[in-house]
Design a protein. Structure first.
Length: 445
């Protein structure tokens, strides 16, 4: 029986068995930047371990291979790309391998939020070994679809699937739509002095700009993104982990595998491209069990940026990426409990309608009847035969006089201009709300 585990705090689940088994445990992980930290920790507590990845010099690599061939180590961390080396596979066949652990196993699935093509080779490599070891796979973020992909694509045999649950009751989820995000963050940090937090931005430019602004004001901040030198990234990471800096401003290149328990807040300056990424990044708050905040700052420009990035990606994955983007847009626009929304997204039934501990459940916003407005929107969609997107519908309802509307003769529709008293942003918000609440659906053709 093999294992597929979906949970948080995964390392101990393969490190303890590795000490018990007679042979070696191979850990396949994409977290190259963290392998050294994990190996150093294991060696300090008396578990001989090593890693093989692109950071090793040629001399270090051959010395490590020599040590492996003499059975010096109990745990060996490798990057998945290492499995493309025929000489390394030959080495594995000469070892007594008791277990292969696949960390961040969602990377095997194109439905996952961090697909890695090299992960697709893992199953074939395991099958090619002369003796099949125990195989275990771990991830903290997997929908039911990704879970099945992990089992099927890794060819797990009679797997025991253990899901520890996605409900982090100490996390307060919040979606905010400030007109000026930087001002919102400054105000928030003024009210949460000396607290440890992560601020995620979608681009290096946003990281740099926000860092310079907060640093100039006097906040104790550092930054992290792939455009920085390895030395600078390492320093920022260590300064944050060891509480020399209160706040780290980073792209999603930071955080996976980071073990810091006292993060009191995670703020997303930009909306991520999918809910899996958001849940994983937000989940770096409150690992000590104390109440912590997960704040997503939503703006329509984030949707435009994500759509631009999707158009630049592979055509084969665009449909999936658009579906995931729509799901997190719905999360940002829903009026229902945010915790309930997340749980149900990951296939876990919520035993409540309102958690009482998220921005929607605690909202003081006055409820308004939008039945008539909704009827106008749906009537307009019907009159264009459900063939156009939100932008065109908004232009018709607003009564825009642009060439596209005139050329298609939409200015002759009965719904033309029937919501002219509203701003375009308000009409778009209403459409987004109807999508989030499943009154209308978007279909990409």
């Amino acid at each position: 029986m093999e294992l597929c585990l979906l949970e948080l705090g995964k390392s101990i689940c393969y490190q303890v068995p590795a000490c018990i088994f007679s042979g070696i445990t191979i850990v396949i992980s994409p977290l190259i930047s963290l392998m050294k930290d994990q190996v150093d920790t294991l060696n300090q507590i008396g578990i001989p371990s090593t890693y093989i990845n692109s950071t090793l010099s040629e001399k270090q690599y051959f010395q490590t291979i020599e040590n492996i061939s003499h059975n010096i180590y109990k745990i060996i961390y490798i990057a998945p790309e290492r499995l493309e080396s025929e000489s390394f596979i030959n080495l594995l066949n000469n070892l007594e391998i008791s277990m292969i652990a696949i960390d961040e196993a969602h990377c095997v699935s194109q439905w996952g939020h961090d697909f890695r093509p090299s992960y697709r080779k893992i199953a074939d490599i395991i099958s090619a070994l002369e003796k099949r070891p125990i195989v275990v796979a771990f991830t903290a973020t997997a929908t039911k679809l990704v879970e099945q992909d992990i089992i099927n694509l890794l060819k797990l045999k009679d797997p025991y699937v253990l899901i520890t649950g996605f409900d982090r009751k100490n996390l307060y989820y919040s979606v905010q739509t400030p007109s000026k995000k930087t001002d919102f963050i400054i105000d928030y940090l003024d009210k949460h002095t000396n607290e440890s937090g992560i601020i995620y931005c979608s681009t290096r430019k946003n990281v740099n700009n926000l860092y310079e602004k907060l640093d100039s004001i006097g906040f104790n901040v550092c930054k992290y993104h792939a455009g920085m030198s390895e030395k600078s990234r390492t320093k920022s990471q260590e300064d944050f982990i060891f509480d020399k800096k209160d706040i780290i401003i980073a792209t999603n290149a930071f955080g996976m595998g980071i073990d810091k328990s006292n993060v009191r807040f995670v703020i997303h300056y930009n909306m991520p491209s999918d809910l899996e990424s958001y849940y994983q990044e937000a989940g770096r708050a409150g690992r000590d069990g104390d109440n912590s905040e997960c704040i997503l700052l939503f703006s329509r420009s984030d949707v435009i940026t994500n759509k631009f990035l999707i158009e630049k990606s592979s055509i084969t994955t665009q449909k999936t990426e658009y579906q995931k983007l729509n799901e997190i847009i719905d999360y940002c626009n829903t009026s229902e409990c945010l915790r309930k929304y997340i749980l149900e997204y990951f296939g876990e039934k919520a035993d409540f309608e309102n958690c009482g501990f998220c921005s929607n459940c605690n909202s003081t916003i006055q409820v308004t009847d939008i039945t008539i407005d909704s009827q106008k929107i749906m009537s307009c969609i019907k009159r264009v035969h459900e063939r156009f997107g939100a932008s065109v519908i908004t232009d018709i309802l607003k009564g825009s006089n642009n060439s596209k509307i005139r050329n298609l003769k939409f200015n002759e529709l009965s719904t033309y201009g029937i919501m002219k008293e509203y701003s375009k942003d308000t009409i778009r918000d209403l459409i987004s709300f109807l999508i989030a609440e499943d009154y209308i659906k978007t279909v990409r053709k």
